[in-house]
Design a protein around this ligand. Structure first.
Ligand code: CO8
Length: 261
């Protein structure tokens, strides 16, 4: 396995089919410096290309999922260097991943940290988690989805409140507004997230990928063309006859959940 400086990568779950990426800059509250982001991008790609991995988890530590962009690294950026170097382009690697990515958030998920959680497919949180987009406090605005993904999760009024005040919201509020799908005790979060990842991993990887694509399309298009997209993927699932037959007859899913179709 490749070794990284800013993340720890592991394969977990009873079937060893869950890829775990732990952000590992505890002294900087997992601030998302560029090398860290490049490493996450590489780890996600490697898991995506690995047929034995069904689901990916991104997590931090108990104090912080990630406290945002690395302010110290970012403070010398200029408009022109941002343009030339394509600041934050590495994020595309993660959002292009076809396999489900689950964020397991304990502690702070602020700024870029909140945005990283939101570009995952499901967010589980520990009860001490704190979410926020505090960019406005340092004279900037969210730059990696905070103004676009957050309203899609929680609606305009709440998103505006969060982005315009910079105030933090706790895990239970985040669950109530639909940002987080479940909240767990801090020390149970990771095992519950692994259980979810394993549950998803019992299904056909091809079908899981299609389901993820279809749901994501809801955020990209009108209802009419989204429904058409869904229908064509749905019809496409019938080209995987053995899969549908197997699910229907309750056959051992392992027979066809091998990533080869
Ligand atoms: N960048 C760099 N270092 C950080 C960051 C950060 N975002 N957050 C914390 N740290 C460092 C601190 O400097 C400190 O280091 P040191 O001990 O060397 O001084 C260490 O982490 C511990 O932090 P604190 O002592 O401040 O810990 P507290 O428990 O007192 O406070 C807070 C925790 C409230 C989270 C506080 O650290 C804080 O407010 N951090 C900044 C949060 C923030 O503003 N985030 C938004 C950043 S802007 C952003 O994300 C722009 C998004 C653009 C796209 C995303 C790009 C990746």
């Amino acid at each position: 396995a490749p070794s990284y400086e800013n993340i720890i990568v592991d394969v977990v779950g009873t079937k060893k089919n869950v890829g775990l990426i732990q952000l590992n800059r505890p002294k900087a509250l997992n601030a998302l410096c560029k090398p860290l982001f490049q490493e996450i991008g590489k780890a996600v790609k490697d898991f995506e290309n690995n047929d034995s991995i069904a689901t990916i988890i991104i997590t931090g530590n108990e104090k912080a999922f990630a406290a945002g962009a690395d302010i110290k690294e970012m403070q010398n950026n200029t408009y022109s260097t941002n343009q030339k170097q394509g600041f934050l382009q590495e994020w595309e690697d993660i959002s292009n991943c076809g396999k489900p990515i689950i964020a397991a958030v304990n502690g702070f998920a602020l700024g870029g940290g909140c945005e990283l959680a939101m570009l995952c497919d499901i967010i589980y949180a520990g009860e001490k988690a704190k979410f926020g987009q505090p960019e406005i406090n340092i004279g900037t605005i969210p730059g990696a989805g905070g103004t676009q993904r957050l309203p899609r999760y929680v609606g305009k009024s709440k998103a505006m409140e969060i982005v315009l005040t910079g105030n933090f919201i706790d895990a239970h509020e985040a669950e109530k507004m639909g940002l987080v799908s479940r909240v767990f005790p801090v020390d149970k979060l990771l095992e519950e997230t692994i259980k979810l990842a394993e549950r998803i991993g019992t299904h056909s990887p091809l079908i899981v990928k299609m389901a993820k694509q279809a749901v994501n399309q809801a955020y990209e298009t009108t209802l009419r063309s989204g429904l058409q997209y869904e229908k064509s993927l749905f019809y496409g699932t019938f080209a995987t006859v053995s899969t549908i037959y197997g699910e229907f007859h309750g056959e051992d899913r392992a027979n066809y959940s091998n990533g080869i179709f």
